[in-house]
Design a protein. Structure first.
Ligand code: NAI
Length: 331
């Protein structure tokens, strides 16, 4: 039998945490033959709720779940973890300035970076979900210099999956037949959902989305806006932000990273830019990636037309500004 993998979920008493931990315990993230030990971190005001989640994990009698650590101590939570899913953060409340929210999250991610760097297992893979996801991941990277930068990522897979969902609804095809959309940039409303290279499997073979949806106007306006604004639409409908889809996409992100992407398929991940596609280096930016042997690699050589170029640059600009704001909170 395989040794258990230790998976940390921060903010585990929150909404996404509640949807995510049972998925991990059922093998959705790492496979149905991979035992897991869950480490759950939250802050003291949420300690009782966190303990309730632990009780439910016991009650669910998950065969793959070999242990649960539920704690408000970051060092205990981070000790020995192989995978860290960072969902905990400070939400933007009504009337709060952008800078105040940034400042709270920068200090959280700075201190959790040290806890992970000192206590996580070697080669721990990190996924930041909490917003501002790209910039939180960047701060985590900066303050955990001994963690290889390729091990620190942020979640844009939810946006990627939303784009697949919109195309499948529009064409009335199975979502599993659509692939190779791209989310470029920030997990925010400046992200660029790009279908230029996306395809659909049809009985007549693989077809470009742009051939099947001849309505460029829809693809270039409504489709993009729908994906960019989907988070807000969910909040309006549920009075709560996306949780089951965020949790499921976080599992997709880690599963593909660890177990590999299918041949001929790429996914979107927020990763440390190496300057590919003339995206400034030093930002955590969402790119199309393939994964193999536990490592991601940015898909190279895709054509970028002028329409796309502008959108790639716009979201990079926003990320540079967020980075500056984050650094101004540190000093
Ligand atoms: P939530 O407010 O229900 O849960 C957040 C949890 O984090 C709370 O239990 C809170 O006590 C905890 N927390 C706060 N500070 C912490 C700290 N220093 N250490 C550990 N835990 C801490 O929020 P929800 O709905 O679960 O969302 C979590 C985050 O994920 C938010 O920042 C949200 O904006 C973000 N998000 C990101 C998505 C993405 O695609 N990247 C999609 C959906 C949400």
């Amino acid at each position: 039998a395989k040794d258990p993998v230790r998976v940390l979920v921060t903010g585990a008493a929150g909404q996404i945490g509640y949807a995510l931990v049972p998925m991990i315990a059922r093998g959705v993230m790492l496979g149905a033959d991979q035992p897991v030990i869950l480490h759950m971190l939250d802050i003291p005001p949420a300690a009782e709720a966190l303990n309730g989640v632990k009780m439910e994990l016991v009650d669910a009698a998950f065969p793959l779940l070999k242990g649960v650590v539920a704690t408000t101590d970051a060092v205990e939570a981070c000790t020995g973890v192989n995978i860290a899913v960072m969902v905990g953060g400070f939400p933007r409340k009504e009337g709060m300035e952008r800078k105040d929210v940034m400042s709270k999250n920068v200090s959280i991610y700075k201190s959790q970076a040290s806890a992970l760097e000192k206590h996580a297992a070697a080669n721990c893979k990190v996924l930041v979900v909490a917003n501002p996801a790209n910039t939180n991941a960047l701060i985590l990277k900066e303050f955990a210099p001994s963690i290889p930068e390729k091990n620190i990522t942020c979640l844009t897979r939810l946006d990627h999956n939303r784009a697949l969902g919109q195309i499948s609804e529009r064409l009335n095809v199975q979502v599993s037949d659509v692939k190779n959309v791209i989310i470029w940039g920030n997990h925010s409303s400046t992200q660029y959902p790009d279908v230029t290279h996306a395809t659909v499997s049809t009985p007549a073979g693989e077809k470009p989305v742009r051939e099947l949806i001849a309505d460029d106007q829809w693809l270039n306006t409504e489709f993009i806006a729908t994906v960019q604004q989907r988070g807000a639409a969910i909040i309006k409908a549920r009075k709560l932000s996306s949780a089951l889809s965020a949790a499921s996409s976080a599992c997709d992100h880690i599963r593909d990273w660890v177990l590999g992407t299918p041949e001929g398929t790429w996914v979107s991940m927020g990763v440390y830019s190496d300057g590919s596609y003339n995206v400034p280096s030093g930002l955590i930016y969402s790119f199309p990636v393939t994964c193999k042997n536990g490592e991601w690699c940015i898909v190279q050589g895709l054509s970028i037309d002028e329409f796309s170029r502008n959108k790639l640059d716009l979201t990079a600009k926003e990320l540079s500004e967020e980075k500056d704001l984050a650094y101004s909170c540190l000093s």
